[in-house]
Ligand binder design. Structure first.
Ligand code: PMT
Length: 394
């Protein structure tokens, strides 16, 4: 069983998705874990402590009261746990966690712990998209927490959208991944984000890539114990164990990539194939008329990695709209081991979204479509696949 002997602390905060925490506790136990539960006051309004005590076989902690077993429940639980998973994590709990506001026993336990932290947000779409929530979740990710979901789908009150707590089985998978060092000793290079090709000091030719997909892949690899370098144009927070190299243009990205010799390279960046041949020294004025935008080719970074004498296991991405024909051709032409094609014309897929719908294309042209998943889940599945292809450690 993947979690045999592992001690998992389940933190439950007060949202309607708390009803799924009972099933999550059950699935963690079925995977071999010993589970204890800490709940906020608000969570007890949604789910009874007796339910979780019955499932886990342990009393549920809801406050700082001294018990027969513990004079300091939050520090004792923090020391006991191999991993803490907060599911559901509401807007308020995410905000408290982000600033370490330990005025409830759940947040106090997390701040007293040095073990991996997994957060499964659950809230209405507007609350998830609220600027402070995004800032807080970004801060938690930057501090090393792993964020699972949220998924899109039915929400409380008949609403539909992004903000639904990730399914318990996927949270269990994330717990297993967070506790595994399956990529220990493996070096990984990821490219992420869209390049910006300057026209003058203030204008550039760019694209809609946010870096979310590439950063999710990098974070997942770091969580599995890999030594990760990311060459990126994005400022989305990364796991602090990752070495991030910030670049803007395709040429800078190519130069940075050339200095790294990884075991695995995943090229998720949207790289401009062409750049303005002439970059104006000063800001171009309207009175000078339309600028000369003659373009010249950028280096093909993926191809240069594919042509190395010592070549990493190589994964390319392809942003296509509609038919996969071009992507299948690209997989053969570019000399990759795997190509991840995303149909950027589908809603919820491709540029800037939190989700992606991809098709895996093998070097021999075989294809396997995956359903619409969060980008974190695409990253987890992709690493499962890559790991199954890597030679066993010597
Ligand atoms: O960043 P997000 O907002 O999360 O969006 C994710 C994404 C849609 C950008 C990502 O999933 C994706 O599809 N990335 C590749 C986008 C792309 O432009 O593909 P392409 O078909 O142009 O390039 C094919 C491959 O060659 C890619 O691996 C690309 O990184 C690489 N390439 C392309 C051109 C070039 N000059 N050098 C390269 O290395």
């Amino acid at each position: 069983m993947p979690l045999s002997g592992r001690r998992i602390l389940l933190g439950v905060s007060g949202g309607i998705a708390a009803y799924k925490s009972a099933y999550l506790a059950r699935r963690l136990i079925e995977a071999g874990a010993e589970v204890r539960v800490v709940m906020t006051d608000a969570a007890t309004e949604f789910l009874g402590t007796a339910t979780l005590a019955g499932i886990t076989g342990h009393p549920v902690t809801t406050d700082f009261s001294v018990t027969e077993d513990s004079v300091s429940p939050h520090t004792d639980l923090a020391r006991w746990a191999d991993l803490i998973v907060v599911a559901p994590a509401t807007t308020a709990t995410i905000a408290r966690l982000a600033v370490g506001l330990s005025d409830d026993v759940l947040v106090a336990t997390v701040t007293a712990s040095t073990q991996p932290l997994l957060i499964a947000p659950a809230m209405h779409t507007e609350m998830w998209e609220y600027a402070a929530t995004q800032r807080n979740i970004g801060q938690l990710a930057a501090d090393g927490a792993r964020i699972v979901g949220p998924a899109s789908g039915d929400l409380a009150g008949g609403d539909v959208g992004s903000g639904r707590m990730e399914e318990p089985d996927l949270i269990v998978d994330a717990v297993v991944a967070a506790l595994s060092d399956s990529l220990s000793g493996v070096s990984v290079l990821v490219t992420a984000g869209g390049t910006r090709e300057p026209i003058d000091p203030v204008r550039y030719i760019g694209n809609r890539s946010s870096g979310k997909m590439g950063h999710a892949i990098a974070n997942e690899a770091a969580a599995r114990g890999a030594k990760v370098t990311v060459v990126t144009t994005s400022s989305i927070p990364l796991d602090p164990r990752i070495e991030a190299v910030s670049v803007e243009t395709a040429q800078q990205m190519a130069e940075a990539v050339a200095t790294v010799a990884p075991d695995v390279a995943v090229m998720a960046a949207a790289v401009a194939d062409f750049r303005p041949a002439r970059v104006a020294d000063g800001k171009l004025a309207r009175t000078e008329g339309p600028p000369d935008l003659t373009l010249e080719p950028n280096p093909d970074i993926l191809q240069s990695v594919a042509e190395r004498q010592v070549r990493p296991y190589l994964v390319g991405f392809a942003a296509e709209s509609g038919s996969l024909e071009r992507a299948v051709d690209k997989a053969k032409r570019k000399g990759v081991d795997l190509l991840v094609a995303n149909d950027v014309s589908k809603p919820g897929s491709g540029f800037s979204t939190d989700t992606n719908e991809v098709t895996i294309i093998e070097a021999d042209g075989k294809t396997e479509p995956w359903p619409l998943l969060s980008k974190a889940e695409v990253a987890a599945r992709l690493w499962d696949l890559i790991e199954s292809r890597l030679p066993p450690p010597s």
